[in-house]
Design a protein around this ligand. Structure first.
Ligand code: HEC
Length: 99
């Protein structure tokens, strides 16, 4: 199941431009704030953005840091170090219900 998803993700990366357009639409569902478009663009490559608000109640900054790290290391999310920092700031500032 995971393997299939990762392969599907790799295929999706080839269509990154199209994905970015879709993500732009989906970003409307995320709270306004610095880093929102970047977060929506990167996190919607492989799965729904619902993962973000759905997990918010149990999340704090450390929790999001671990998730972003997991997405990058285990699933190969195409997110650079500076981008990861911006995404972390955005998620910790807007979707950290626990802290
Ligand atoms: C390269 C593909 C990929 C990208 C990009 C990606 N994810 Fe994931 N994500 C996955 C996979 C695979 C799973 C596990 C399978 C599932 O539950 O769909 C997952 C699961 C999750 C989960 C559920 C909890 C968990 O640990 O499994 C959360 C929360 C999550 N992702 C958040 C994010 C956020 C936030 C971003 C953007 C920073 C992101 N993802 C980007 C592939 C990705």
């Amino acid at each position: 199941m995971r393997r299939t998803l990762v392969i599907a993700c790799t295929a999706l990366l080839a269509a990154a431009a199209a994905v970015a357009a879709v993500a732009g639409e989906q970003s409307l569902t995320l709270h306004e704030g610095a880093g929102r478009d970047l977060t929506a663009g990167r996190c919607a490559i492989c799965h729904s953005l619902d993962y973000i608000p759905n997990n918010a109640p149990v999340m704090d900054r450390t929790g999001w840091q671990k998730i972003i790290q997991k997405m990058r290391e285990r699933f190969g999310a195409p997110i650079s170090d500076p981008e990861a920092q911006q995404i972390l700031d955005y998620l910790a500032g807007n979707y950290a219900g626990k802290s």
